[in-house]
Design a protein around this ligand. Structure first.
Ligand SMILES: [Zn+2]
Length: 165
């Protein structure tokens, strides 16, 4: 049985896209969908291309390296199972792949938890826009994994921005 923070993880049988995404993460691969028509990568996982509406997709493995584009720190978990790990940072990561596509302000952006080397939520003081991150995977069991991020040992892009105290 797959679980996360003590809660059973179920993927609906009519949702092959999310199952395949979590199965890839279980193998240590971070994948996003690529449209076979316009060739663009997309996220979040879904059934249609937001650029050309094609219903087709193929999986493309991406590096999982990127820059924090935005973030929030959750102090009140929406589910009791999250309470023990609050406060925890959720980061919107702009991946190195497909930056500036389809327009200069666009990019391939993915959401995830930011954790430290022990897999605990990263300190708020170390979280900030511009910091470089890399993907890692939480093991959910039953062959499934969940992508999440940790700070990369790389200089930030520009000056790191943090919420003021
Ligand atoms: Zn497309």
């Amino acid at each position: 049985m797959a679980e996360y923070l003590g809660v059973r993880v179920e993927v609906a049988s009519n949702d092959p896209e999310h199952r395949e995404f979590l199965e890839a993460a279980g193998r240590g691969q971070f994948v996003v969908q690529r449209c076979p028509e316009c060739q663009k990568l997309r996220y979040p996982i879904g059934s249609a291309c937001p650029f050309c509406q094609s219903l087709g997709y193929e999986w493309a493995e991406v590096s999982g390296r990127g820059t924090i584009y935005s973030y929030e720190v959750v102090h009140h978990g929406i589910h009791p199972s999250f309470r023990p790990i609050t406060p925890y940072p959720v980061v919107l990561v702009e991946l190195d792949e497909q930056r500036g596509v389809p327009g200069p302000a666009d990019g391939l952006r993915v959401l995830g938890l930011l954790v430290d080397a022990e897999g605990r939520p990263e300190d708020e003081e170390r979280t900030g826009i511009g910091a470089r991150v890399q993907v890692e995977f939480a093991d959910l069991g039953d062959g499934l994994g969940l992508p999440r991020f940790r700070l990369a040992d790389e200089p930030p892009e520009g000056e790191v921005w943090r919420y003021p105290d």
